[in-house]
Design a protein around this ligand. Structure first.
Ligand SMILES: [Zn+2]
Length: 72
């Protein structure tokens, strides 16, 4: 089955892979990413989210320590 593309400019659906035949605008794949209940990359996604949250917490703690006296 040939892939359907959608024009970014005018929203026309087309089978052309390069340019919209109506307005000559760029086309893109309108289909969402394939969904899998197995979520093959879920562990990586969750690890990245956890890492981002942890670095946020460190930054917040460092900024809240500013202006306080540090223990010797
Ligand atoms: Zn178009």
């Amino acid at each position: 089955m040939p892939l359907l593309f959608k024009c970014v400019e005018c929203g026309e659906y087309t089978l052309e892979e390069r340019r919209c035949p109506r307005c000559g605008g760029a086309v893109r794949n309108p289909h969402p990413a394939k969904y899998s209940p197995l979520d093959k990359y879920g562990a990586y996604r969750r690890a990245a989210k956890k890492r981002a949250r942890a670095s946020d917490a460190v930054e917040n703690r460092q900024s809240s320590l500013k202006g306080q006296r540090r223990p010797m």
